[in-house]
Design a binder for this molecule. Structure first.
Ligand SMILES: Cc1cc2nc3c(=O)[nH]c(=O)nc-3n(C[C@H](O)[C@H](O)[C@H](O)COP(=O)(O)OP(=O)(O)OC[C@H]3O[C@@H](n4cnc5c(N)ncnc54)[C@H](O)[C@@H]3O)c2cc1C
Length: 386
């Protein structure tokens, strides 16, 4: 087992680190305070640096690199702010991977190059008002009518909603109940019958668009079917990669908070000395580092094992669940190290705490992840309905 990064990985990490520090860090506070989206010029810069579509095959304009390299990049960017990491997250571990892994050649040729160039973001619409954790209760219905599907239903809390140009939407393709009737359709913004709800106002993730997707007799070309009825498992397998990305967002935020706490504890003086000289503060710093490093190892294992494909579900679930809890604990400790200044909006820590919290809900709650983990460990399915 080799814990060293190779030369290419080290160079990639440094390039992303320098870009994030120089171009993005000076602007994050303003984007967050005003709820502004990241300016397209920076998304374009990321595309020019080859950061978008890092894991997409080179024949579609991607870099053909491994999931691990995307994870290294997301970690560096999220350390500065989750808004900075979103384009790499969406284009490397997001729903575009469903198209890359399971889509038709026509779909790959249509969507993947646009994503790699930074001309298109693709989001995922799974959750519904009445189907959150119980995702397989989803009711959005797609009925085949000639060479189109007619879609009716509503998706909730869609990250990128309104801003993204296309959506991988989980739909019910027949009257079959549960997972059996579920498949996936690619639905483009601008398709007649497809509108957006009002922008979501979350406690964190400011500047990251989110809203409902509303489908009213929306006619979607038949060739946009990406996952057929009954292949729900494929959607979930691809989603395990997104879970590794989710975990990495937590890792980046927590690492950033730890760095802030380390710096602050060596500047702030009380009782005539730097607060890092107090053992209580040292213990908090050490507790933060323990959690960050352990989380990093779980994430790296899951993604190195995913190589250029998809991760082992148990490893992805362990990495996500641990990171989701870890970021809440670490950002809270970092805030405490800052005293009243940590609670103030003049410092970035309160933003990190708010941003970190959401990942333990998005992509499956911590509780549901734990049920999954126990299920994998015992090799048993636990029916939540009986
Ligand atoms: C910031 C953010 C971004 C998101 N982005 C997207 C996105 O891009 N696309 C998308 O489709 N969705 C997205 N979501 C939605 C997210 O996936 C759901 O919120 C999540 O799956 C939980 O569903 P729910 O909110 O309906 O909560 P519920 O399912 O109602 O859960 C409420 C509580 O009950 C617990 N609970 C429920 N069932 C069980 C059980 N069987 N055992 C134990 N505990 C249980 C949950 O853990 C939770 O604590 C996002 C959410 C957030 C907050």
């Amino acid at each position: 087992m080799d814990f060293q990064l190779n030369e290419e990985q080290t160079m990639l990490k440094k390039m992303v680190h320098d870009f994030a520090e120089k171009e993005l860090r000076p602007r994050v506070a303003q984007w967050e305070a005003k709820g502004e989206h990241m300016s397209p010029e920076y998304v374009k810069q990321m595309a020019d640096m080859g950061l978008l579509g890092l894991c997409l095959p080179s024949k579609y304009g991607g870099q053909g690199r491994s999931a691990f390299e995307a994870i290294l990049s997301i970690e560096e960017l999220a350390r500065v702010g989750i808004i900075c990491a979103m384009p790499v997250f969406e284009s490397s571990v997001g729903p575009v991977r469903v198209i890359e892994q399971f889509g038709t050649e026509q779909q790959r040729q249509k969507y993947l190059p646009q994503v790699s160039r930074g001309d298109m973001l693709i989001s995922v619409g799974m959750t519904e008002p009445e189907a959150g954790s119980a995702l397989t209760d989803l009711a959005t219905r797609a009925v085949l009518d000639g060479d189109h599907y007619v879609v009716n239903g509503q998706k909730r809390f869609v990250t990128g909603g309104g801003a993204s140009e296309a959506y991988v939407v989980y739909v019910r393709l027949s009257e079959q109940k549960g997972a059996k009737g579920i498949g996936g359709l690619i639905i483009e913004k601008g398709t007649p019958g497809f509108t957006f709800g009002k922008p979501e106002r979350f406690m964190g993730w400011s500047g990251v668009p989110d809203c409902d997707l509303i489908f009213e007799n929306c006619r979607v070309p038949r060739e946009n079917l990406v996952i057929r009825e009954g292949d729900f498992k494929k959607l979930m397998t691809a989603f395990d990669l997104e879970r590794c990305g989710n975990a990495t967002m937590c890792l980046g935020v927590a690492w950033g908070a730890l760095e802030e706490a380390m710096a602050y504890s060596q500047q702030r003086k009380q009782f005539g000395k730097e607060i890092c000289e107090f053992q209580a503060v040292q213990l908090m710093l050490a507790d933060m580092a323990l959690r960050v490093e352990a989380s990093r190892l779980l994430i790296y294992r899951a993604t190195v094992n995913a190589s250029t494909g998809l991760p082992i579900p148990l490893e992805a679930n362990l990495a996500k669940c641990f990171a989701n809890q870890m970021v809440r604990e670490v950002t809270a400790m970092a805030l405490q190290v800052h005293g009243g200044y940590g609670f103030s909006k003049e410092y970035p820590i309160e933003r990190m705490l708010r941003d970190g919290w959401g990942w333990g809900i998005a992509g499956g709650t911590i509780e549901i992840q734990k049920v999954n983990i126990a299920s994998f460990m015992l090799n048993r399915r636990f029916d939540q309905r009986r």
